[in-house]
Each structure stands twice: as C-alpha cells, then as structure tokens.
Design a protein around this ligand. Structure first.
Ligand code: SAH
Length: 351
C-alpha cells in the first residue's frame, strides 16, 4: 500500500502530472513518511530550478474596502466591524520607496474590490510606480475586472496578477461565495490575464470549509491545465466576524504536503510560503520553503493600517514577517540554507 504512494510521488516528479485517479489515491493514502518523501523531492526540484535563492515581494495592502461578501473573508462587505481604510498614490509610493531601499524589486498591490480605485486611478498608480521604479516588477491582486480593465493595467505597465481560483469545483465555490460570484467567471478572468501576458497566479485555501479530496483533485487538474506562473496556497483560518467563524482552520501538515505536490507538478512555478502559513506556525514559512516554496511576501503597508487588513484571525502583522524584519528573515532563511536575493524574481522562462 505504502510503496504505491512512493511510486506516485516518483511518477509526479518524473512526468509532472498524474491522472485524476492517481491524485485521488495520493491524497487519500498519504502518511507522515510519504509526506516527508514528497517534501524532500520538492525541495530538490526547487534547488534545481532556483538554487538557494528565495525571492521576496513587498506586499502593500492598499485598501480593505470590498464590494464582495465572500463567506471566509474578514474584509467582506457585510463585516461592519472592519475598520476601513485606503491608501492614496503618495502613500503607496512611500511604501515602495521604503521597500526599494530594503532591497525589494517586486511590489504587490493587494486589496479588496474597491470601486474608489477606478480604472483611471489604478492606471495612474501603476504608471507612477513603474516610472519611479522601472527595474521593479509590479504585481496586482485586486480581484475580478472586465477584460478591458486588465488590458489597461497591462498597458500601464503591470507585470503580474494574483487571482486565486479558490476552488475548481463549482458547487464548492458556491458554498464559499454568495450567488453573485461564480467559479466560471473567476476562471474566465484568469484566462484573460494569461492571454494578456501577465505572469498569472492562481491558488486556493487548504482546509476551506466543504473542501474534499475530490475538490482538491480538481484544483490540481485545473492548475495543471492553466499552468500559472505563480500559485498561492495557505491554510484557511477562520475570522470571528464571518459566517465561517466556527469552522476549523486548515493544518500545517496538509498545507506543506500540497505545497510539495505543487512544486513537483509545476517545477518552475513561483510558490510563496504565505503569511497564513506563518500565522498557524512560528516557523511556518521556513517549513514552507523546505516543502518546495521559493517566495516570501513581507508586509510593506504602513504600520497604522496593517492591523486593519485582517482577512483572518491572529494574522501576523508585526515583527519578522514585516519588511522591517528583513534582516531577521534573511537570518532565518540562511538557517535553512537559503538566501534572500535582490531580484525581480521573474518566472524562469520570462527571465
Ligand atoms: N480581493 C482580492 C485579493 C484578496 S485576499 C481577490 O479577490 O483576489 C487574497 C486571498 O486571501 C484570497 O484569495 C483568499 O484565498 C485568502 N483569504 C481570504 N480569507 C482568508 C481566510 N479566512 N483564511 C485564509 N486565507 C484567506
């Protein structure tokens, strides 16, 4: 029984894919030993493709206003307790200035779907950042937009876009989101982003409510087909002011295992060890890297607003995950044989 799982991991390593039935078996019959094997192999694949380099992204959470009402998310529009804020162009440029000085060469502008940031305002911000920092990559993570808006962002100079697909199963998607949101539209957005030439990121939460082995198999088959340049996964963590407040959080072991499987399936992908992973375990992000991740995204948002961008409870927002703690983070990475580099950290084929 056990040896079958080792064979499946080897097959994934050699061919970068498995059938639906094989993924199902791999996800069902895993053990601590086979998890360790998968993570070690994934770590080797990371080293083959990226050496000991870890890429950093300066995360700027520039608005927590959101028109959406995702059941899992702390900044959903129905959460009247969330203290809303938005940063303007000057604030964002100040964050970039600080980040650039620290060695960041990628900035990620993430936020809720905030109508204040019209296409015009957003393209103004993109142009300003790219003009001032032409040697940096700019990533956006601001949700679903019509094709022409994505196109305008791209023309203004944005390089990358993160839009997690959340789940590839339509019914599961319907249990995580209100009826006005659909898995099909989310997928269409991802395809549009790819077609426009963005380095595109998809992903999902590990252990989200109603997730099953079947939905996870669909996630992996979907990701294989989309072939995104980036994949963000982290544990679901409940937020006390959402409909999912009593739901269990995703586990460290599962998140690390799926990270390893992602690395084996998409060897060159940019895979972050996410803030959520760092939140559920004190060395979560190091463990993520040891499972195949190669990116960390320290927070560059101004201290005054950091606590307000609370997607889930207990989100780490002071200390080493923050940009000021970069020297410490470097030490932690060196402790596991890795090294933070001053580099845009593009997808290998695009370098
Ligand atoms: N509004 C943007 C960016 C949002 S938040 C968008 O729609 O893409 C980025 C990611 O945080 C989401 O895609 C989701 O997967 C994750 N997230 C939200 N709530 C979470 C929670 N309670 N636990 C863990 N991750 C969560």
């Amino acid at each position: 029984m056990k040896s079958m799982i080792y064979e499946l991991i080897d097959k994934l390593y050699e061919t970068n894919t498995l059938s639906s039935a094989e993924f199902y078996e791999l996800f069902t019959d895993r053990s601590e030993e086979t998890d360790t094997y998968a993570k070690q192999l994934a770590c080797k694949v990371r080293e083959e493709n990226f050496g000991n380099s870890i890429y950093i992204r300066g995360l700027i959470e520039f608005t927590n206003y959101c028109r959406n009402d995702c059941y899992y998310c702390g900044i959903r529009r129905s959460n009247k307790k969330a203290q809303r804020y938005r940063l303007d162009k000057e604030d964002i440029l100040t964050c970039c200035e600080m980040g650039y000085g620290l060695g960041f060469r990628t900035f990620v502008l993430q936020g809720g779907e905030d109508a204040y940031f019209t296409e015009e305002r957003m393209t103004g911000i993109i142009r300003a950042v790219k003009e001032k920092y032409p040697d940096c990559a700019l990533t956006l993570s601001i949700g679903e937009k019509p094709l022409h808006t994505y196109e305008a962002y791209r023309l203004a100079g944005a390089d990358r876009y993160l839009l997690r697909h959340e789940t590839a199963d339509d019914e599961h998607y319907g249990r995580l989101h209100p009826p006005e949101l659909s898995a099909a539209y989310r997928r269409e957005c991802l395809q549009n982003l790819k077609n426009l030439g963005f380095q595109t990121g998809a992903g999902f939460m590990v252990g989200s409510p109603y997730q099953t082995t079947e939905t996870l198999v669909k996630d992996f088959l979907f990701l294989k087909e989309l072939n995104p340049e980036m994949v963000g996964i982290g544990p679901f963590i409940s937020h006390h002011d959402t409909p999912f407040k009593d739901e269990k959080s995703g586990t460290l072991a599962d998140t690390l295992f799926y990270l390893g499987i992602l690395r084996l399936m998409l060897p060159c992908a940019l895979l972050p060890a996410t803030t959520a992973l760092g939140t559920i375990h004190p060395t979560g992000r190091e463990l993520g890297i040891l499972a195949g991740a190669n990116v960390v995204m320290p927070n560059l948002s101004p201290l005054a607003v950091r606590r307000k961008y609370l997607l889930y409870d207990d989100k780490i927002c002071t200390g080493e995950e923050a940009a000021e703690g970069l020297a410490n983070l470097q030490k932690r990475m060196e402790g596991i044989g890795c090294c933070i580099v001053v580099d845009r950290g593009d997808y290998p084929a695009d370098r």
